[in-house]
Every structure is written in structure tokens, then in C-alpha cells.
Design a protein around this ligand. Structure first.
Ligand code: CP
Ligand code: NVA
Length: 309
């Protein structure tokens, strides 16, 4: 049986395919229980601290509600109000918080901040988004695809747009779960090379393919899922104008989705910019599952917390 108690959840790279599969199955089961009104409170008396260095709607609310539903308690900690905002080290913060809390979730800029926090903390640390990755979102997204399509292995996901944190985690999830993945980005906005190398290694083991190119039509060809994300992520707002130019041929719209399978799913982690990375017709159309994804953040993260805390 899969045993994850005490583990950090920093990247899907650290999880074996069967562990990710286990978390998805658990998420589906916790969702069923919740909808049936069956209480499941394995985290009674436990507390999760949530450090935020960036804005959040979904992550903040789904973690707080999820912890409550599991019988525990969550604390919202804004970086500006913590002493880290005044220069206290990550190390001392991690050591101190570990004396009070049973787990720490952190949303921050530099990925190494999470690594440093996890090294110094004596309780599990969860990555709530960094500039490198967003594993909670990817886990919820593969749960969503699994629920909608009834399987994962052998499907094709196409990602159009910025080679950012989101595509890194989606790629890693695909590589571990045997999902074929195609990325189309403008030149200069490709996914990180080291992440790609790791993903290709895992994909080879799972018998899945990874394609990275510049042509959205080629990426979308025969896809089961089309995914996109904002052109300028948090921290890149100053590049908005130049990115609008670089990405202008990378909008997911009615013309592009014609190349996908008829029953494709449109996915977006949200928040979205309608009229930029995706047309209104597609994001609000019949193939869009964006709010199922948002909902599954709750169930997927409950699975992570129930498993590791
Ligand atoms: N998708 C996501 O992480 O949303 P928030 O930024 O609102 O948490
Ligand atoms: N790539 C986006 C995801 C937001 C959930 C960002 O980092 O801003």
C-alpha cells in the first residue's frame, strides 16, 4: 500500500506514478464522501499554516475549507505580516512554525524558498505555487481529466502559451501518468530545459511522448485536452505589453480548437484573461471544464493533506 505520511508535496517529480495515481483515487473518493454528506475528519486537532507571498483566490480558499472539512484548522499568514517580511530568515521561520503547526503550505516566487523552508521545517511542506511549478493545480487537473475521460494513460494533452510554472507541473504529471503531451510556445518562452529533461526521462518509462514546438495547430492536432494559462504570470506584469505581441498567434479560439478531437476538454487553471490567451467562445463554451478544475483543487488538496499530515 502507498504510504505518504510525513512527506513534503513540493513537486510531482518527487512522487512515483503509483503515488500520484493513489492521490487522484483518494481525491475522487473524498469528493464522493463530501457530496454524500459523509464526514471524514482524520486531521482533528491539526493545524496547517499557509504562507502567501502572492495573491490567491482558489488556493487560499480551497486549502482553508479543505483543512476545516478534514477536521483541522488553517491559518492564513501573509508574508507582509510575518517577520520574514522584515528579514527574519526562512530557516528560523520554518523552525519556529514547526513547533506550532502540523504542516506548512507556501506560495512564493523563488522555488528555492520552498526547498529551503522544507529543509529547515520538521513538518511537511506543500508547494502552493512558485515560479517553477504548481503541483496542486496539476494534481487537481489530472483528477478532472480522469473523471471526465475515465482514464489518463494514452490521452493527449496540448498546452498552448507561456512555458511557465503551470506547464512544468502539467508536463511532469503527464510524464508520470503516461499521458502524451504537446506544448506550443513562441520562441523564447519555452519550458525550462532541466524540467523538460526530467519529464522526458519519466515519459520514456511510462511510454508517453512529449512534443515541444512553436506551432499551436500541430500541438492541438487530435488532442483530448487543450490547456492554456495567462501570458504574464504573477511577477511578470511589467512584461504584459511585450508578451501580448509575442503571444498574439497563441490564442485558444474556435479556429484552433477545430484541430482537436470533437469531445476535447478546454482547461485553464484560472484566473483567466478572456480575449487574450483564450476567446470567450471557448472558455465559456460547452467543452470548458474550468470550474470543475477549480472545484477539484479542494478535493485533490484534501487528499494530499489527509495523506501526508
Ligand atoms: N489556480 C490558482 O492557483 O488560483 P489562485 O491563484 O486563485 O490560487
Ligand atoms: N501561471 C500563473 C498561475 C496562476 C495560478 C501564475 O503564476 O501567475
Amino acid at each position: 500500500a502507498v504510504q505518504l505520511r510525513g512527506r513534503d508535496f513540493i513537486g510531482l517529480v518527487d512522487y512515483a506514478p503509483e503515488e500520484i495515481q493513489y492521490l487522484i483515487e483518494l481525491a475522487v473518493e473524498l469528493k464522493r464522501k463530501h457530496k454524500a454528506g459523509e464526514a471524514y475528519q482524520p486531521l482533528k486537532g491539526k493545524t496547517l499554516g499557509m504562507i502567501f507571498e502572492k495573491s490567491s483566490t482558489r488556493t487560499r480558499v480551497s486549502f482553508e475549507v479543505g483543512m476545516y472539512q478534514l477536521g483541522g484548522h488553517a491559518l492564513f499568514l501573509s508574508k507582509n505580516d510575518l517577520q520574514i517580511g522584515r528579514g527574519e530568515s526562512i530557516h528560523d521561520t520554518a523552525q519556529t512554525l514547526s513547533r506550532y503547526l502540523d504542516g506548512i503550505m507556501i506560495r512564493t516566487f523563488a522555488h528555492r524558498t520552498v526547498i529551503e523552508l522544507a529543509r529547515a521545517a520538521t513538518v511537511p511542506v506543500i508547494n502552493g505555487l512558485t515560479d517553477l511549478s504548481h503541483p496542486c493545480q496539476a494534481l487537481a487537473d489530472y483528477q478532472t481529466i480522469y473523471e471526465k475521460k475515465g482514464r489518463l494513460q494514452g490521452l493527449k494533452v496540448a498546452y498552448i502559451g507561456d512555458g511557465n510554472n503551470m506547464v512544468h507541473s502539467l508536463l511532469m504529471g503527464a510524464a508520470k501518468l503516461g499521458v502524451n503531451f504537446a506544448v506550443a510556445t513562441p520562441e523564447g518562452y519555452e519550458p525550462d530545459e532541466e524540467v523538460l529533461r526530467q519529464c522526458k526521462e519519466s515519459a520514456a518509462k511510462a511510454g508517453a511522448t512529449i512534443y515541444v514546438g512553436a506551432d499551436p495547430k500541430e500541438a492541438v492536432a487530435d488532442a483530448d485536452v487543450i490547456y492554456t494559462d495567462v501570458w504574464a504570470s504573477m511577477g511578470f506584469e511589467a512584461e504584459q505589453k511585450e508578451r501580448e505581441i509575442a503571444f498574439k498567434n497563441y490564442q485558444v479560439n474556435d479556429e484552433l480548437v477545430k484541430y482537436a478531437k470533437k469531445d476535447f476538454l478546454f482547461m485553464h487553471c484560472l484566473p483567466a484573461h478572456r480575449g487574450e490567451e483564450v476567446s470567450e467562445g471557448v472558455i465559456d463554451g460547452p467543452n470548458s471544464v474550468i470550474f470543475d478544475q477549480a472545484e477539484n483543487r479542494l478535493h485533490a488538496q484534501k487528499a494530499v493533506m489527509a495523506a501526508i499530515l
